[in-house]
Design a protein around this ligand. Structure first.
Ligand SMILES: Cc1ncc(COP(=O)(O)O)c(C=O)c1O
Length: 461
């Protein structure tokens, strides 16, 4: 194996060398050379309480000493019940039963399967199709990847993917239907919604089982919130055609956008909310779904109370103990309030950067899930060519300067469109927000110096 360092790790990129992190302290990660990285994206929007919290580590150790593993086909633990109760009470009223998995992809697989079983057992055996959205991400397992619309992640596996349908998600800043947001609002006429109904009718409503969406599109579009009214209309469509509405809150859940779930801000009750990441603040692999009472009643009436599904590590005692301890810290430290305050402050500071750097064309998001769209020249609305890997390059520069962000590409059509997500731990301080903006400012200035001048791409609206 020429040209690569000899070790036994199957790295994400076999040709790359990664800093070895020895420990973390609050919003910082520290590597073996003592270099500090401001974790301005909470890893992958997961380490939502920062690093090195002894109370969460202690709770996990306590549980591991008592009972590290029980199989939920035979036994349960108190920690499982306590965490489920806390989450059930945080969710919208009619969503109460909590099912645990280890990751967000598994959570979404579980939701898609539950929707299917619910319909089949209620005497609608044809309902099996899922409708997802382009430029949305629901995970990397075959089912969740099929439901998602991340073109680059899907491409290689196209022959293996399930035959699910996709519509465009509403990205009003660059509407895929070439509409103007003001016009949609004034006329209350949304092409992104009427198109979903068209797809449902084309597929045949009798075949459609579930619709899955992120309330705020995260990694693939860079924190894009929906236009007002969009999800109400979506809820109406799902009711009309008896389709299970799954809200993927793997990234947005547990305070990230300033409320327990982003769904609260949208004002509808989905049939299933999936969650992950923030539930354990990254201290243990933990995720799951919260299910509406009417689906549970369906399972009790038509399926003898049994969901034909499950994983060895569902409700793992040490992971749920981590979740329980994390939720206690969220409450104790009034994290929701901090998210709203620091989130507004971060946007204020980023708007200052926008006046200084022509690379920033849009700043969006909610709470501490903030995205910036990067373009070559904002005034001329000139995009980066995908080969320039603008977001990745900018993040590399930031890492050298001591901060890590969450870069992404393909936000416009799966290929074009560069963005950076800024999503620090939810207990970040004002001084740390200033530090994030200071490093980003410097990184943008250095980035300008590195730009290749030869490739430009004019956007056609
Ligand atoms: C919205 C959303 N859904 C699902 C997933 C998949 O979660 P996991 O990587 O834990 O399987 C992610 C991960 O980034 C996500 O952001």
């Amino acid at each position: 194996m020429d040209g690569i360092k000899k070790d036994y790790v199957f790295h994400r990129d076999l040709k790359k060398e990664y800093p070895i992190i020895t420990h973390g302290e609050g919003v910082y990660l520290i590597d073996e050379d003592g270099k500090k990285y401001m974790d301005a994206c909470s890893g992958a929007v997961a380490a939502n309480l920062g690093h090195g919290l002894a109370e969460i580590a202690d709770a996990m150790a306590e549980q591991a000493k008592k009972a590290a593993f029980v199989h939920t086909m035979r036994f349960e633990t108190k920690a499982l019940h306590e965490l489920a109760e806390k989450i059930g009470k945080m969710a919208p009223d009619p969503l109460n039963k909590v099912y645990f998995t280890t990751g967000g992809s598994e959570a979404n697989e579980s939701a898609l399967k539950l929707a299917r079983q619910y319909h089949r057992d209620a005497g609608r055996p044809q309902k099996h199709m899922v409708i997802g959205r382009w430029q949305s991400y629901h995970g990397n397992t075959i089912g969740s990847l099929s439901a998602g619309g991340d073109v680059k992640r899907r491409h290689l596996y196209t022959p293996n993917l399930l035959n699910y349908a996709h519509v465009y998600s509403p990205y009003c800043h660059r509407c895929p239907y070439h509409r103007q947001k003001e016009d949609c609002l004034a006329k209350q006429n949304w092409t992104c919604v009427t198109d979903i109904e068209r797809v449902i009718l084309e597929l045949g409503p009798e075949n459609v089982s579930a619709f899955i969406a992120e309330p705020i599109v995260g990694s693939q579009q860079g924190a894009v919130p929906p236009p007002p009214g969009y999800f109400e209309k979506m809820r109406e469509l799902c009711d009309r055609y008896d389709i299970v509405l799954i809200m993927d809150e793997v990234m947005t859940g547990f305070g990230r956008t300033g409320t327990h779930f982003a769904t609260e801000q949208i004002g509808i009750d989905p049939d299933i909310i999936t969650f992950g990441k923030g539930v354990s603040a990254g201290y243990a692999p933990l995720a799951g779904m919260i299910v509406h009472d009417h689906l549970i009643e369906g399972l009790l009436q038509n399926s003898d109370g049994k969901f034909i599904h499950g994983y060895t590590y569902s409700g793992h005692p040490v992971a749920v103990a981590a979740g329980l301890a994390a939720l206690e810290v969220y409450e104790r430290d009034s994290v929701l309030k901090n998210v709203r305050e620091q989130g507004s402050y971060l946007v204020e500071r980023l708007l200052e950067l926008k006046t200084k750097h022509s690379f920033i064309s849009d700043i969006r998001g909610r709470g501490l899930l903030i995205g910036i769209e990067l373009v070559k020249d904002h005034e001329k609305d000139m995009l980066f060519h995908p080969s320039e890997k603008a977001a990745e390059t900018l993040n590399q520069i930031a890492m050298e300067l001591g901060a890590v962000f969450y870069p992404g590409s393909g936000s416009i059509d799966g290929n074009k469109g560069e963005h950076l997500i800024i999503s620090p731990p939810l207990n970040v301080t004002k001084a740390e927000v200033d530090e994030i903006v200071r490093i980003l400012d410097k990184a943008l200035t250095m980035f300008k110096g590195q730009l290749r001048k030869d490739e430009t791409h004019e956007i056609t609206k």
